[in-house]
Design a protein around this ligand. Structure first.
Ligand code: TYM
Length: 331
């Protein structure tokens, strides 16, 4: 059976981008594959959270994983820092990852641009830690959104390089995966780019947002004065709204508003109202479960402990073999 690994950073509440890019696939794949889904708390250290924030954010992601339908009896759910073998593999892979290629990574360049005062080594070697996350379980499929494609390419590079260096066909090649036809990029509400936590609170719709909050955010989404000619090419902010409709509404609803746009009869207020209602319907079951699970500390503790045990079983096996391949010997 193929092995699947994926994770989400513990940087706060999960949004629709996380859901459609990653979690929806997690829930589908847990029935067919040997799945490991984790909370990337080590990755979140690049932005220096306080201990209290770190703890709260890890708990939030765990609760929302479970509320979204990841089943601890089917998939191994764990916290990254509970598996120290990942950090050990990260160290070994770092010896074989070069400054130039790390500096060229798009996400590194974006982060340097966004926060030039905090360009730390953890940020530079972020893709190496991500490769360690994946290779530690020798995974081949990694369900992620489109923004992670380059990181997967780097994970393959680091795995292959290890294999070549030690002349050992050890790590398989992991590939980004989506159950749909292609990797997904969910746009944000600000009309600019992808939905994200760092792109501003109003840009993202969270799985835990109350219906009135969702309505307010969607109604505030950026639009223009309407098309000036029939079949006009949509500007980015309008295309974004239509993309969201594609994910959240039925094809009939999408076609209805698309026809209105093409015949210059669109009323953005109507489109946004429909979009908000469809978002509320899509998130309702998750929102309801979040509250129930959040209060069950005993259950959360059990899931994390059981997941850590299972993840370490697989990780220690890999680390034992990796040490042998590298040449560490017991005397
Ligand atoms: P993170 O925490 O930024 O995002 C988690 C997952 O959500 C997806 N995602 C999106 N998909 C579509 N549209 C969006 N607007 C959107 N925003 C976020 C991401 O593609 C991702 O799948 N580096 C990873 C975490 C990680 C990881 C790993 C993933 C660490 N180690 C090993 C897979 C395997 C990250 O920053 O995700």
């Amino acid at each position: 059976m193929e092995t699947v690994v994926s994770g989400i950073r513990s940087t706060g509440k999960l949004h629709l981008g996380n859901y459609y890019g990653a979690i929806q696939n997690f829930v589908k794949m847990q029935n067919e594959y040997n799945c490991y889904f984790f909370i990337a708390d080590l990755h979140s250290l690049t932005t220096h959270p306080t201990p209290a924030n770190l703890h709260d954010n890890v708990k939030t992601v765990l609760i929302e994983y479970l509320a979204a339908g990841i089943d601890p009896d089917k998939a191994t759910i764990y916290v990254q820092s509970d598996v120290p073998e990942i950090s050990e593999l990260y160290l070994y892979l770092n010896m074989n990852a070069y400054m130039g290629e790390l500096e060229r990574s798009t996400s590194f360049k974006d982060k340097v641009r966004a926060n030039p005062d905090n360009v730390n080594a953890g940020l530079l070697t972020y893709p190496v830690l991500m490769a360690a996350d994946i290779l530690i379980h020798k995974a081949t499929k990694v369900p992620v959104g489109k923004d992670q494609e380059q990181h997967l390419e780097m994970a393959r590079t680091f795995g292959n390089r290890f294999n070549r260096l030690y002349n050992h066909d050890y790590f398989p090649e992991p590939y980004a995966f989506s159950a749909g036809e292609s990797l997904v990029k969910i746009p944000g509400l600000d009309g600019k780019g992808k939905m994200g936590k760092s792109e501003g609170e109003a840009n993202a719709v969270y799985l835990s947002d109350a219906p009135e909050v969702i309505r307010k955010k969607v109604m505030r989404a950026v639009t223009d004065g309407g098309p000036l000619i029939e079949n006009q090419v949509k500007p980015a902010e309008i295309e974004n709204l239509f993309d969201l409709l594609k994910f959240l509404s039925t094809p009939d609803t999408y076609n209805h508003f698309n026809d209105l746009y093409n015949s210059m009869q669109i009323r953005y207020g109507d489109l946004k109202k429909q979009l908000a209602e469809d978002m509320i319907i899509a998130t309702a079951p998750i929102r309801d479960r979040i509250n129930d699970i959040a209060n069950d500390s005993e259950f959360l503790r059990k899931v994390a402990a059981q997941g850590a045990d299972k993840a370490r079983e697989s990780a220690t096996r890999t680390i034992r073999e990796v040490r042998e391949i590298i040449g560490f010997m017991k005397f």
